[in-house]
Design a protein around this ligand. Sequence first.
Ligand code: ADP
Ligand code: MG
Length: 235
Amino acid sequence: MTEERQPQIQIKNIAKLYGDHHVQALADISLEIYRGEFVALMGASGCGKSTLLNIIGGIDRPTGGQVIFGNSELNKMTDEQLTRLRASKIGFVFQFFNLLSTLTVRENIALPLELLGKENRAAVRKRVDDMLEHVNMSKRADFYPALLSGGELQRTAIARALIHNPELILADEPTGNLDTENGLAILQLLHSINHEQKLTIVMATHSPEAASYAQRIFQIKDGHLVGESTECPDT
Ligand code: ADP
Ligand code: MG
């Protein structure tokens, strides 16, 4: 008996026009991503990477085409349903970290769990403690973001993205605001998360070095998918 391997994410003929349709951010993008893959969306600034990532994550809606995530057809869902899908199944990592400045590291990481409201305080505490250790931030648990380095901020943001056990991590230029050393550490952390937890990661980047951590690289130019390549980083 043969079993067809179903993609986790199907992106079909996605187009995105902005404003009065003078800006075509994306044109007819089709690609499939499988569970457990680490893929990169690579291209120059303005080519449409963030737009595509936001459409995959249901933050933004395409003007054409469709995204199917698991069994969910995103274009058939209401904003509220998309918000719930994100809260339970997707973790986001951004270039500028997007942590809440009035919350400590621990509180920032706990936030997605608090919003889901499924677990009691002791269980949340335990999950957050384990996660702090996982990203090597235990010593900074009670610090506010203003006191942290870029690398520490991004490790905190990755912990926040992982805390609710998502099925997908979307990372938008996660090393774009870090020096080389901290950037490498973040890429290695993403690699180990993908490798050890078999968690799907889709990363937008303009950096070929960052993209080399992915197993497949989709090249985007002026809103078009212009190529796909396969890398073998450290196998
Ligand atoms: P990248 O992430 O690759 O730098 P973006 O997805 O941010 O690219 O942007 C793709 C194109 O869409 C760019 O030309 C950008 O100026 C345009 N764009 C992005 N967001 C908007 C918006 N809200 N309104 C109008 N144009 C936008
Ligand atoms: Mg971008």
